[in-house]
Design a protein around this ligand. Structure first.
Ligand SMILES: *[C@@H]1O[C@H](CO)[C@@H](O)[C@H](O)[C@H]1NC(C)=O
Ligand SMILES: *[C@@H]1O[C@H](CO)[C@@H](O)[C@H](O)[C@H]1NC(C)=O
Length: 584
């Protein structure tokens, strides 16, 4: 982009940005009251870039209103899906099937129901945002021992997608392991009023279906969590050389209760997070206000994006890699956004109460005009894909070693990962949940550039595609339900040994399939496949290429085997002969 183009984008950003206030936009929008609606996610775009339509939206405030909403849909045999306050899932989990469906938003179903400090039990409505849940627990002297690191999501939504933190200790890092009761509203026969509340407790046979349900069983009304007495943690980040990284990945999760790792593949460094429980008497009132989740000036976001686009378009590898160093340098300098006392960062370890350390996301409540979350869809802000997939801990070292080999073949191609603060590795324990992890796993999370223009190639996209396909095809990886691009979900249900049990519960709870959508049927292997095979589909991650037309031959991108994992099919600029040579 030339200087003029950048200026236009900046001015546009200013006009659009400063004119609006900052909390994220509503994911559900209707043109006529609560009819003729669309639902999107917080990024303003699903992986297939389609718009999701629904005939109506309802916003129940009580369980009774929720039952009435589900009953109305069931009586009319209309498709229905729950959506949440912000809708953070990348895939179309909140999209009702067809075009005449109903959206049941849990936005107003967000209250605390009960809390008991002595037993540690807390019951909340499903639309409660994690931030508020953590605060309400802390007010009662209680802590949710594990959670995702971003607190802008609701308890109902995060459970539906199996969201987690990082731990192999005790019950592990998945929030659903701490759920002991749930109330879920499902369809019912006319004789029962078309909808019923099912109250389930840990130990009930269906509980393992309901804990992680992708939203296809009904709408969760309430969740009861078993919390722990408040505790403190001590956190230290340390950047080290990657030489023993594969071996460390095998043990790090056993060494530290909340340990994780961030790999900067181009720089050959790993940021190890040493993070353990310490006695409450340990001095320190640390706070995690993670830099990446803070509200940023919209103008800055627009500039950053313009710069990224320019580097994509006519930047060299050297320029891209120079720029890629910056984020991790800045984050390092500022202690990643941690402070020792809530104001200043003076060095690690940062010691603080669990509720102040476990998660962050201050941009979600920003009231300041002209500031927003990095991914705000109302401005021309950074736009990205987020892939998350887990591999059995026992296989993770071999996978990492293979990705290192691929990196050694094309170090510059991996700069795009360094630019987004690397690959985040977090531990998740095996779960009895039918759609939870069946083995102790290491979750790999990567974020990378996405073009606003459909079908526009991204530099070195082939290596990202290759590491994803390597994980899925050779290492039995399973994708995070709430992240990823379409192709990743193809056939994934066969990797869940209890998927059949899940579908039996689904058939009992929702015999007419009103909570099923095209997407959920494809992902659960009920009907169709989640891949979309069309011109340019592999560029968008909608398919794995099998023909040059799935890439962008007119731009010099052809469907080729992976460089190291030759079973992979990626869009590459490599000439066919070299692809063949690599294969032999
Ligand atoms: C329904 O919404 C769409 C936008 O999503 C709009 O274009 C259309 O005019 C609306 N129809 C009516 C009848 O309001
Ligand atoms: C849902 O939308 C349809 C068509 O737009 C309308 O006829 C119906 O009354 C709406 N139902 C509710 C409960 O709002």
């Amino acid at each position: 982009m030339e200087v003029g183009g950048v200026l236009v984008v900046l001015l546009l950003g200013l006009i659009l940005g400063l004119a609006r206030s900052s909390p994220p936009p509503e994911p559900v929008a209707c043109t006529r009251g609560t009819s003729n609606c669309t639902v999107t996610n917080v990024y303003g775009s699903f992986p297939d870039r389609t718009i999701c339509r629904a005939a109506n939206a309802t916003f129940p405030r009580t369980e009774q209103e929720l039952v009435a909403a589900v009953a109305a849909a069931a009586a009319a045999k209309r498709k229905v899906k729950a959506a949440t306050k912000h809708s953070h899932s990348f895939p179309k989990l909140a999209c009702p099937g067809g075009h005449e469906g109903t959206i049941v938003s849990t936005e107003r179903l967000n209250r605390m129901v009960s809390t008991d400090t002595a037993s540690g039990l807390m019951t909340v409505e499903s639309g409660m945002v994690l931030k508020d849940l953590i605060q309400a627990a802390a007010d009662a002297g209680l802590a949710l021992p594990h959670s995702p690191y971003w607190y802008g999501i609701t308890i109902g939504g995060l459970l539906a997608t199996g969201a987690h933190g990082s731990s192999l200790w005790g019950k592990g890092s998945a929030v659903h392991e701490y759920v002991v009761g749930m109330r879920i509203v499902t369809p019912a026969p006319a004789s029962e009023g078309f909808a019923v509340v099912r109250a389930l407790r840990v130990g009930d046979t269906d509980f393992d279906a309901v804990k992680v349900s992708l939203g296809v069983l009904g709408v969760v009304s309430q969740v009861t969590l078993q919390l722990q007495p408040m505790f403190k943690r001590s956190v230290t980040f340390e950047k080290r050389d990657e030489t023993d990284f594969p071996a460390q990945a095998a043990v790090w999760g056993n060494l530290h209760e909340f340990g994780d790792m961030a790999w900067l593949p181009w720089q050959g460094k790993v940021i190890y997070r040493t993070d353990d429980r310490v006695p409450v008497s340990t001095p320190g009132n640390g706070l995690n206000d993670y830099l990446g989740f803070r509200a940023k000036p919209m103008l800055e976001l627009v500039i950053v994006r313009a710069f990224e686009e320019r580097l994509q378009k006519d930047g060299t590898d050297i320029a891209r890699c120079m720029a890629a160093r910056l984020p991790s340098m800045l984050f390092d300098l500022e202690g990643y956004g941690f402070t020792n006392d809530g104001s200043f960062f003076t060095g690690f370890p940062v010691v603080g109460f669990q509720n102040r350390i476990q998660a962050s996301g201050t941009c979600i409540n920003s009231k300041v005009h002209g500031l927003s979350c990095t991914w705000d869809p109302r401005i021309h802000s950074p736009f990205f894909y987020n892939s998350g997939f887990s591999i059995a801990v026992s296989k993770a070292p071999a996978y990492i070693a293979e990705v290192q080999k691929l990196r050694d073949l094309n170090p510059h191609a991996f700069c795009s990962l360094d630019a987004k603060l690397g690959v985040l590795l977090r531990y998740v324990k095996a779960s009895s949940a039918y759609l939870g992890k069946s083995e102790d796993s290491l979750d790999f999370d990567v974020t990378y550039y996405r073009s606003y223009t459909e079908g526009e190639p991204r530099s070195h996209a082939d290596v990202i595609d290759e590491i994803e396909q390597l994980a899925l095809k050779k290492y039995g990886a399973v994708p995070h339900w709430g992240k990823n691009r379409n192709f990743v979900f193809d056939g994934v249900i066969t990797k869940y040994p209890k998927a059949g049990e899940f579908l039996k519960v689904k058939a009992r709870y929702d015999p007419d399939g009103i909570f099923s959508s095209e997407w959920s049927d494809q992902v659960l292997g009920v009907r169709g496949r989640p891949v979309i095979v069309e011109k340019g589909c592999a560029i968008e991650g909608l398919c794995v290429c099998s023909d040059d037309s799935h890439c962008a031959p007119e731009k010099g991108l052809f469907c080729r085997p992976g460089q190291l994992f030759t079973e992979a099919r990626v869009c590459s600029t490599r000439p066919a002969a070299s692809g063949l040579r690599d294969e032999l």
